[in-house]
Design a protein around this ligand. Sequence first.
Ligand code: B1M
Length: 235
Amino acid sequence: MADEFDDELDLNTLNDDDLIDQVHDDLYNGMKDEIVEATNILLGRGWAAERVLNEALVEGMRIVGVDFRDGILFVPEVLLAANAMKGGMEILRPLLAEKGVAPIGKMVIGTVKGDIHDIGKNLVAMMMEGAGFEVIDIGINNPVEKYLAAIEEHRPDILGLSALLTTTMPYMKVVVDTLKEKGLRDDYIVLVGGAPLNEEFGRAVGADAYCRDAGVAVETAKSLIAARRNTRAAI
Ligand code: B1M
């Protein structure tokens, strides 16, 4: 009698190209155990951690991000994909740290004072990590002092602010204005997001950009960091 597990795909039997395609599919479907297994197989075949990260995991999450942006995937699926990605990242992180592979950028992110919503922020943090950023998540209900302490400690490229309430979103301006008062505003790319915000609000509080969702946050972060580095290189 055929065992029900006979039909399961043995990832070890796939060649590298097929295994990478499978990783993209498994990420898309939020299959954490398979991602962990494939990550270990690729490393076992002599792939460098950075190559596994970029070709397997980051590329897979890029596809997830595109379909999330286009309304093909929804929040629960993206959370599952991000969770699966984390499984692979847990294996790769110490290897990448050993080799000193630089993240493509660093972000401090937190929900503003008075606001305890964190599902969207967590999703942004996970997608940013998936895209190769180092993310320092300072949690919820953050007064401006918490943001200041975090940027002083971690020196990020990006400060991300999240708010879900119409009563807390104005606090983003307090944070940006405090950065200005302290002469720190131009040291950081400030990105804001949250369901009640829009482009106009982002401009009004003095952010560099409003991000409609986690996919947009990743793309915006990448392009603003690249633009900033090009400007610095030209000076
Ligand atoms: Co609250 N809540 N809630 N809530 N809650 C809303 C936001 C609300 C719209 C519900 C409603 O009335 N229809 C309403 C706000 C109304 C308003 O302000 N006009 C509301 C309210 C009123 C409240 C309380 C005041 C209720 C009460 O106690 N009377 C209270 C406030 C507590 C507080 O914060 N002080 C409250 C509490 C809660 C729970 C604790 C029960 C829970 C939060 C659990 C948690 O987060 N751990 C909760 C929830 C779950 C919601 C809803 C249902 C869902 C929010 C969510 O997680 N969405 C929400 C109604 C709704 O939005 N449908 C609601 C999914 C998430 C993935 O989307 O957060 O928008 P979102 O994030 C997106 C983008 O916005 C963007 O990317 C994310 C991913 O694509 N984004 C960023 C977000 N942050 C970003 C940061 C960036 C970039 C992009 O930085 C770079």
